[in-house]
Design a protein around this ligand. Sequence first.
Ligand SMILES: [Zn+2]
Length: 467
Amino acid sequence: MKNLTIKLTFYLLIFLSFSCQSNKNQSSSENTEMIILHTNDMHAKIDNFPRLAFVVDSIRSTNPNVILVSAGDLFSGNVYVDQYEPKGKPIIDLMNEVGFELNVLGNHEFDYGQNILNDRIAQANFPMVCANLRNINAELKPMKAYEYLTFSNGTKVAFLGLLEAFVDSIPSCHPNKVHGLKFDNPLEVASDYAFLQDSADLYIALSHMGYEYDLKLAENNPEIDAVIGGHSHTKLDTGEWVNSVLVTQTGSYVKDLGVLRIKPGKTGKYEIKSEMISLSNGTEDRQIREKVTSYIENPYFKEKIHELDLALNGDDDLGRLMTDAFRVQGNADFGMQNSGGIRVKSFDAGAVTIGDVFALDPFGNDLLVLEMTNEEIKSLIMNGYKDRGEKVKVSGLEYEIKEGKVNLFDTEGNTMPEKRYKVAMNDYMYNAFEFDHVNSAKASGITTTEALIIYLKSLSEIGVRYN
Ligand SMILES: [Zn+2]
């Protein structure tokens, strides 16, 4: 109760401060405060939208000079959005309702494929921007590098969109999803747009590059007034100043709303302050809550397919489940899975639903089977370890990495005999990992998510519990 009182007082203070400011605005146009509200890495977490809508509306009701933007990664992270038919529709619908005005393309915007992305952009009442993207021969419709948004008081803001593309010159997504697109280094591209400084009253970089690169951008480009960031899920409560450029980011999953409060300064430059409003709890917008509820009432995802005696915790347990399922359903000797594709932290003991499996493995990758030699398997494991900083999850074999070398063992701990083995893996690993292989992979005919569903169902049918 005490907590609640403190929180209510906090919000009251925020609203009072906005309304005081708003009164000042009426008395002097020079003192007009402008507010840019921002989110990033929402990852389809629509459950906090009723709270977001309430806070945004409250701020708008006290000040007409409000702009609301998103710094990328709208999709992938909630089965009710990612597996909705059509994919991603619910979050765009809700963003339209709340009145978003702009989004920079995030790497996960490609997850549903370029055609679906075109549909989602067409559905959105707001544009998407990206300056370091060139369409060579792609399905994705051309996109603007920057966009101007204007506050009610006439102050014009230029927003430049920048997307990370530092590993293999593509964003962190399935390589097959970005066919026909070329990505330039966003840090290099940013300097080509220095003219935006003079074309608007404020110049803001809407970045999906990650915190570390946002700092570099600010260092190299002092003409930018602020960097509103995303991708690294970094929460900067009051922002950071580099080179008189404000760098900010709100964490992720619609847990916080970023607030930039902008006032004309004495020297002709604008004074910008950055703060964060927690969206974790508090009053919700009733209509938006009803809409969210209607999207998550999908009986298909609630179907129970298995019962666990014990919880599966962390990448090791969940990776074991995934690789076991791939090995069995792919009729292979071994199963493999990259840790980055394990998208939940645990499965509780008790019921496992189809929704849980989609949350664990949301990408709809095909399950492939590749014939590999011992050396080829080692090369794949080593690429994960050295270049991607992860220990690939495996089933049907064991391995150790010692003195820069991979040693393979069978499940009894004996050195693995040299021969060709059938290895089942998702097509992301096959395409994105750089490893030696002579053969090409064969499609199993099912996706990895289907493999998991079939595997858990078949265990239930014969009365075996996976633990
Ligand atoms: Zn991202």
